[in-house]
Design a protein around this ligand. Structure first.
Ligand code: ADP
Ligand code: MG
Length: 680
């Protein structure tokens, strides 16, 4: 039997059972054997009947002394059976399992787990699990406990694992190269698969698990690195000349670029002038000025005779970028074109025509810019903003427009470097590590709903003095209608409660045009308080807005809250972020506190990761990260670093994995990249 065979090849797996296994994501022998235990029970220590203690879980071996009897006892049926070992005899008890009466054979030995209890006037052993021990019994074991579904018992899963292991035994090829296994002292693959299911000792379990975790990280990281090596090899990039243009461009900005921005521009400059195709990620905390970097690079590319495209995650943001780009580019003889899904057919036609003819130099839009039917004249660079909202797949689609344009992605979600490497392993990473000077500290406070009245008075006061506020109500993911309703209701309520304030709201169900109008009014200051959900306004820039009020703050991720907070504090006035939450749990309080304590996006995202765990941190595959089967990104960080190290070494030695010794791992990487596991 082989790794890729259907699980139905195993004895005892009929149609019914196969369906149930499918529910667990198990289709093949590989799926089955990589369905790892979620826990283990230590049954290595076997008790003797004489030693059994009341109310303590124990396991012992005993010989069946006859057939059982079934009794009615109130609502229960009790099945009783006597067993013995060399120290004594005891009565066993099963609740509501009358069929146990005749299953065990007199004279044979079995392993029983359960608790001795003192009930119904006697001491009896209530059995939770039992198994026959046959001829091969080699003492007690550590027992795996699997994630399961109804209709598939632990015992059944254990049986299937044992059967599959017996079929496969020793037959799995090693695909991690020998030199890596040696250097990182990894256990063998066959050993590890066996031990992870049925560990003989604690040590062998740790060895096995370490190997499998390493393997999982190594394949993920190595595959991304090798994808990158191929991209770099295969794709020659357009060469940009006249570097000085970037420096000149700084004169057109109303501020001096920070050193952080300059450093990143230098890195991009290097990529673009060498003839390689750039695939680069810019990480920069919210407000660090990523847009200016994008603008400078676009300007350079356009001066070289190419087009540049900037893709934003929302219409509002696209519109805003359009305004800020065209304000500067217009005077420089550069035509900026907006392209969004919300445009009328006529507007769109005109835009598309400009893109195709090359009359439009700078194209800004939403997903619309990567859709079919958009033809570029000569696309030199594709930039995506707020990357965390675009999947890896969309990144790929943008890449395909034109003949391998340079690719730049920008994200404000700060992630620790190790994690960035596995999320964006196919990209080079640049970090803008400082904020423009003169930024004020945003006063952040976490309060309960009791403070609403006080907050409202505060908003009134700020508005009376000419400033503005954002109010965020949480999105209700399962139900868009409810979500819209809650935004509508809340803004109506606010309109009544806030004297002298003009309140308006935007929500996901609104027509782009409507949304845009409201946003424009907000930018102009005609609307004082803007109510919305988070979906809409990521990245928006209105310096006159000084209050960010977030309702039900506990429902948001910390990184997300930090982003939202970054919407204020953009002008010269003192700004405030008010987190409202009635959540009582310690973790919820701790999370909000970390926001009031820190302004550093990296610190906050570390904290988020620690408190919520990686699953929630990353969201539902929003980064295109495949589900990990055994590794835990946070807890296994040291192993992740080793695996990354190993993957780097491998690439340094043999970037295209053409050596014989690397054939196995090359196939494994290919299988991984081709598989459904990573959407590229
Ligand atoms: P983000 O990185 O969050 O996208 P933006 O690009 O929107 O940040 O920039 C935030 C604000 O900071 C904008 O108003 C922008 O004009 C301003 N800004 C950017 N760079 C600088 C700088 N070097 N000095 C002063 N202000 C800057
Ligand atoms: Mg931005």
């Amino acid at each position: 039997m082989e790794w890729k065979d259907a699980v139905s090849q195993l004895k005892g797996v009929g149609e019914q059972r196969e369906k149930k296994l499918n529910c667990l994501g198990i289709y093949t022998i590989e799926d089955l054997l990589t369905h790892y235990p979620r826990d283990y029970k230590d049954r290595t220590r076997l008790a003797k009947i004489l030693e059994l203690e009341v109310n303590t879980e124990s396991t012992f071996i005993a010989c069946c002394k006859g057939s059982g009897e079934v009794l009615k006892h109130g609502r229960f049926t009790l099945t009783r059976l006597r067993v013995a070992d060399e120290t004594g005899e005891i009565g066993l008890l099963w609740y509501n399992q009358p069929y146990m009466k005749n299953i065990l054979k007199p004279g044979e030995w079995y392993l029983f787990t359960g608790k001795l209890q003192n009930k119904y006037g006697r001491k009896e052993f209530s059995v939770t699990e039992w198994e026959g021990i046959g001829d091969h019994f080699a003492g007690g074991r550590i027992i795996p406990v699997y994630p399961s579904v109804e209709g598939i018992s632990q015992k059944m899963l254990r049986g299937l694992m044992a059967a599959a292991l017996a079929e496969i035994r020793g037959g799995l090829a090693e695909d991690i190269p020998l030199w890596i296994r040696k250097e990182y002292q990894l256990a063998e693959r066959n050993f590890s698969i066996e031990e992870i299911h049925f560990p003989k000792t604690e040590q062998s379990f740790f060895d096995a698990r370490r190997r499998l975790v390493f393997e999982e990280f190594f394949v993920l990281q190595g595959a991304l690195f090798s994808l990158k090596a191929h991209l770099e090899e295969g794709n020659r990039g357009f060469v940009m000349k006249k570097k000085k243009v970037i420096e000149d461009f700084q004169n057109y900005l109303s501020f001096q670029l920070t050193n952080g921005q300059k450093k990143v521009l230098k890195e991009i400059e290097k990529d673009l002038s060498t003839g390689k195709q750039m695939n680069r990620l810019i990480q920069g905390d919210v407000g660090s000025g990523k847009t200016a970097v994008a603008m400078a690079v676009s300007y350079w590319v356009i001066q070289n005779g190419y087009q540049a495209v900037l893709m934003a995650p929302t219409e509002v943001l696209a519109q805003q970028h359009y305004l800020s780009f065209s304000a500067i580019f217009e005077n420089l003889g550069i035509t900026t074109v907006l392209l969004t899904g919300g445009q009328t057919a006529k507007e769109k036609r005109a835009a598309l025509q400009k893109v195709a003819s090359g009359e439009g130099h700078m194209i800004i839009g939403t997903h619309a810019v990567i859709q079919n039917g958009v033809e570029y004249r000569k696309l030199g660079i594709a930039i995506t903003d707020e990357q965390h909202r675009f999947g890896v797949r969309q990144r790929g689609a943008l890449n395909q427009k034109g003949e391998n344009p340079h690719v730049l992605v920008m994200t404000a979600t700060p992630i620790p470097r190790t994690l960035a490497l596995i999320l964006y392993g196919d990209l080079d990473i640049s970090i803008i590590d400082e904020l423009p000077p003169g930024r004020q500290k945003i006063d952040t406070m976490a309060v309960t709903t009791n403070y609403h009245e006080r907050i409202y008075r505060f908003i009134e006061k700020e508005v009376a003095e000419g400033r503005q506020a954002y109010v965020i109500c949480p999105m209700i993911e399962e139900n868009e209608k409810l979500e819209v309703q809650s935004v509508l209701n809340y803004s109506e309520e606010l309109q009544q409660k806030l004297n002298g304030c003009k309140v308006a709201c935007v929500h996901g169900k609104m027509k782009p045009k409507e949304k845009q109008e409201i946003m424009n009014c907000f930018v102009k200051g005609e609307i004082h308080v803007l109510v919305s959900t988070t979906v809409i306004e990521v990245g928006i820039n209105v310096p006159n807005a000084v209050i960010m009020l977030i309702e039900n703050a506990e429902r948001f991720g910390l990184a997300q809250l930090h982003q939202l907070r970054g919407r204020v504090g953009r002008g010269s006035d003192k700004s405030y972020c008010i987190l409202v939450s009635d959540a009582k749990t310690k973790i919820a309080k701790q999370r909000l506190k970390s926001l009031t304590d820190s302004e550093d996006g990296f610190v906050i995202s570390e904290m988020d990761l620690k408190l919520r765990g990686p699953g929630e941190f990353f969201g539902i595959r929003q980064h295109g990260l495949p589900e990990l089967k055994i590794a835990n990104i946070y807890e296994d960080m040291p192993i992740l670093m080793e695996a990354q190290n190993a993957a780097k070494k491998l690439m340094a030695i043999d970037p295209f994995l053409s050596l014989d010794a690397h054939e196995g791992i090359r196939k494994r990487f290919t299988r991984f990249l081709d598989g459904k596991q990573l959407e590229i």
